[in-house]
Design a protein around this ligand. Structure first.
Ligand code: SF4
Ligand code: SF4
Length: 204
C-alpha cells in the first residue's frame, strides 16, 4: 500500500532516502531529514534556532494545532468509506514490522510536548512507537497527524491528498509563528526532544 507522506515505507536505498527527505514532489520548504543508521540526521542534531512569535504567544500555536487536528478528524469523519475504519489491531504502530515510518513536524512536536506537560518524553528503543501499550495508543487524544490520517483500510489517494493539505497548513503555521519547519522521523524527533531540550530552547 502506498503510504501518505506522513507515513512512509521504510527506505532501503540512498535514492529512496532522498525522496523521503524532500517529499515526492521535491517541494521547496520541505526540510531535509535524511536519517542515518542511528536514526538521527545531522540536521536534526543541530539546535533549532528560536526566532519566533511562538515565544511571545505559545498558546496561540497550541490552539492552532488543536484546531488543525480537529479539522483532520472532521475531514475523516466526512468520508468514512475513504478514510477507512481502523480495527484497532495496533500493527501499524510497530513501524519495523509494518515496514514504514511516521514523520512529524515542528508544530506537532510543540503541541505534543505541551500535551505531555511534565511527563518525560519516551524514546524509541525498538521498532514500535513507545506510546503504544498493549496494542493501544496511550496518547490517542494528541496523536500526530499521520496517526490520524493513516488507515490500512482506507483509500490511499484520499489519505495522500489529505496529507498534502495538512502539510501545507503545518508549513503555514511555521511561517506565521516564525518557527523552523522540520519534517522528521518520529524516532529521531523523540530523541531530539529528550536530549536537546528543544522546546525550552524555542520557548525562551
Ligand atoms: S490502521 Fe490498520 S493496521 Fe493500523 S491499527 Fe488500524 S486496523 Fe490496525
Ligand atoms: S502516537 Fe499512537 S497512533 Fe501514533 S504511532 Fe504512536 S501509538 Fe501509534
Amino acid at each position: 500500500m502506498k503510504r501518505p507522506r506522513l507515513f512512509l515505507k521504510t527506505p532501503s536505498s540512498a535514492r529512496e532516502r532522498a525522496v523521503f527527505s524532500h517529499g515526492e514532489d521535491g517541494e521547496a520548504g520541505d526540510v531535509g531529514c535524511i536519517v542515518d543508521a542511528a536514526g538521527c540526521s545531522q540536521a536534526e542534531k543541530e539546535p533549532l534556532e528560536a526566532r519566533s512569535s511562538f515565544q511571545t504567544d505559545p498558546d496561540a500555536l497550541i490552539a492552532r494545532v488543536a484546531e488543525l487536528y480537529a479539522w483532520i478528524d472532521t475531514e475523516l469523519e466526512a468520508d468514512p468509506n475513504l478514510a477507512g475504519k481502523c480495527q484497532g489491531c495496533g500493527q501499524c504502530c510497530n513501524f519495523e514490522a509494518y515496514d514504514h515510518r511516521l514523520f512529524v513536524t515542528t508544530p506537532e512536536l510543540l503541541y505534543f510536548q505541551h500535551r505531555l506537560n511534565t511527563r518525560p518524553v519516551r524514546t524509541m528503543t525498538g521498532g514500535t512507537c513507545p506510546y503504544q501499550e498493549q496494542n493501544r495508543c496511550t496518547i490517542h487524544t494528541f496523536r500526530f497527524a499521520g496517526c490520524r490520517i493513516f488507515c490500512s483500510h482506507g483509500c490511499e489517494e484520499f489519505q495522500g491528498a489529505l496529507t498534502e493539505r495538512v502539510l501545507t497548513r503545518l508549513k503555514a503555521l511555521c511561517v506565521e509563528f516564525e518557527l523552523p519547519y522540520r519534517y522528521m522521523d518520529l524516532k529521531a524527533a523523540l530523541k531530539m526532544l529528550e536530549e536537546k531540550e528543544w522546546v525550552q530552547s524555542i520557548a525562551h
